[in-house]
Design a protein around this ligand. Structure first.
Ligand code: NAI
Length: 340
C-alpha cells in the first residue's frame, strides 16, 4: 500500500475548507488509491468549529483518511506536510480600512511562509487560494526563500473551469469535451479568459471554439465579462462566495500538478513568471501549463494577437501595482472587493 500523503488545509473551518476536506479525503485531489492525513489549521476563535469538522470527518468513516490533525498551532499544522493548500485569510469586515486587511494578510502569509519553510516536507507543493491569491503567493515565496519557486502557485483553475463551463453551456456540449482555454494573469476581474486556442471535440473531430461559436462579439465581450464577474454573480445568488467550485478547482489544480495533465491538454495555474510571453519575471501570473512528473511547465509559442496582448499586459500591470509597498497602504478602493 502507498504511504499516506500529508495535506495541509489552512482556514479549514471556513466555507471552502468545509467543502474541500471531504473531497481530499475521498481521493478527488490525489487519486482514489492514495491514503491521506489531513492537517487542518485555523485560528483560535474558530478552534471549536474546526474540531467539529474533525468530528464529522471521523463520522464519515473514510477509508483513505489515515489521520486528522486539527490545530491552531501553525508549526504543528505545517510539520511534514507534502501539500499545502492555503485557504485561510483575513476577510474585510465592516468599518475596516482596506490597508488593514492587506497588511493583516501580508503578516499571515509571512508567518505561514516561515513555518512551511522550516517544518514542511522539503518538496512540499503549495497552492494559495486566499485572496489576493497571486500576491499572497508572492509574499509567501519571498518569505520562504528555501522553498523552490516552482513549488509555490496560486489558484486560477476556478476561473479556467468557469470558462470551460461557459463554452460548454453555450455550445451545449459536454464540458469534458472542451479544453485549452487559458486564464492569463491575476485572479481578479482583470484576468483575461482567452479562447483563441481552445477546442471542442465533436463527432467529426476537434474543432476550434471560435469556429463553433461563430460569434466573436460574444467571445470577445459577454463571455469574458461573465467569467471575470462570475464570483460576484455567485455571491449575489448565494449571499456567500463560491465554495464548492473553489474546493473542486483546488483539487483539480493539485491533481493535475501531481499526476500530470492529459496529452494535448493544458490547464491554467498561477505560477512564478520566468518572463514567458513578455510577462515580467517575478510576478505570480496565471499561464497555460502542462504538468508531468510533478512539475509544471508554461506552454510556449502560442500566437498572441493584439487584443490578447493588451489584456495580458493590463492584468500584469495590476499585479505589478499590487507588489508595490505603497499599494498595500491603500490606493485602489475595490482591491479586495473585486475578488471572490
Ligand atoms: P471563510 O471566511 O469562510 O474562511 C476563511 C477561514 O480562514 C476562516 O475559518 C478563518 O478563521 C480562517 N483564518 C483566518 N485567518 C487565518 C490564519 N491566520 N490562519 C489560518 N486560518 C485563518 O472564507 P472562504 O469562503 O472559505 O474563502 C477563503 C479565501 O479564499 C478567501 O480569501 C476568498 O477570497 C478566497 N477565494 C479564492 C478563490 C480563488 O479562486 N482563488 C475562490 C473563492 C474564494
Amino acid at each position: 500500500a502507498k504511504d499516506a500523503v500529508r495535506v495541509l488545509v489552512t482556514g479549514a473551518a471556513g466555507q471552502i475548507g468545509y467543502a474541500l476536506v471531504p473531497m481530499i479525503a475521498r481521493g478527488a485531489m490525489l487519486g482514489s488509491d492514495q491514503p491521506v492525513i489531513l492537517h487542518m489549521l485555523d485560528i483560535p476563535p474558530a478552534a471549536e468549529a474546526l474540531n467539529g469538522v474533525k468530528m464529522e470527518l471521523i463520522d464519515a468513516a473514510l477509508p483513505l483518511l489515515k489521520g486528522v490533525v486539527a490545530t491552531t498551532d501553525v508549526v504543528e499544522a505545517c510539520t511534514s506536510v507534502n501539500i499545502a493548500v492555503m485557504v485561510g485569510g483575513f476577510p474585510r469586515k465592516v468599518g475596516m480600512e482596506r490597508k488593514d486587511v492587506m497588511s493583516k494578510n501580508v503578516s499571515i502569509y509571512k508567518a505561514q511562509a516561515s513555518a512551511l519553510e522550516q517544518y514542511a516536507a522539503k518538496d512540499c507543493k503549495v497552492l494559495v487560494v486566499a485572496n489576493p491569491a497571486n500576491t499572497n503567493a508572492l509574499v509567501l515565496k519571498e518569505f520562504a526563500p528555501s522553498i523552490p519557486e516552482k513549488n509555490i502557485t496560486c489558484l486560477t483553475r476556478l476561473d479556467h473551469n468557469r470558462a470551460l463551463g461557459q463554452i460548454s453551456e453555450r455550445l451545449n456540449v459536454e464540458v469534458s469535451n472542451v479544453k485549452n482555454v487559458i486564464i492569463w494573469g491575476n485572479h481578479s476581474s482583470t484576468q483575461y479568459p482567452d479562447v483563441n486556442h481552445a477546442t471542442v471535440t465533436i463527432s467529426t473531430g476537434e474543432k476550434s471554439v471560435r469556429e463553433l461559436v461563430a460569434d466573436d462579439q460574444w467571445l470577445n465581450g459577454e463571455f469574458i465579462i461573465t467569467v471575470q464577474q462570475r464570483g460576484a454573480a455567485i455571491i449575489k445568488a448565494r449571499k456567500l462566495s463560491s465554495a464548492l467550485s473553489a474546493a473542486s478547482a483546488a483539487c483539480d489544480h493539485i491533481h493535475d500538478w501531481v499526476l500530470g495533465t492529459p496529452k494535448g491538454t493544458w490547464v491554467s495555474m498561477g505560477v512564478y513568471s520566468d518572463g514567458s510571453y513578455g510577462i515580467p519575471a517575478g510576478l505570480i501570473y496565471s499561464f497555460p501549463v502542462t504538468c508531468a512528473n510533478g512539475q509544471w511547465s508554461i506552454v510556449q509559442d502560442l500566437k498572441i494577437d493584439k487584443f490578447s496582448r493588451a489584456k495580458m499586459d493590463a492584468t500584469a500591470n495590476e499585479l505589478i501595482e499590487e507588489k508595490t509597498p505603497g499599494f498595500i497602504n491603500g490606493k485602489s478602493e475595490d482591491f479586495l472587493s473585486k475578488r471572490e
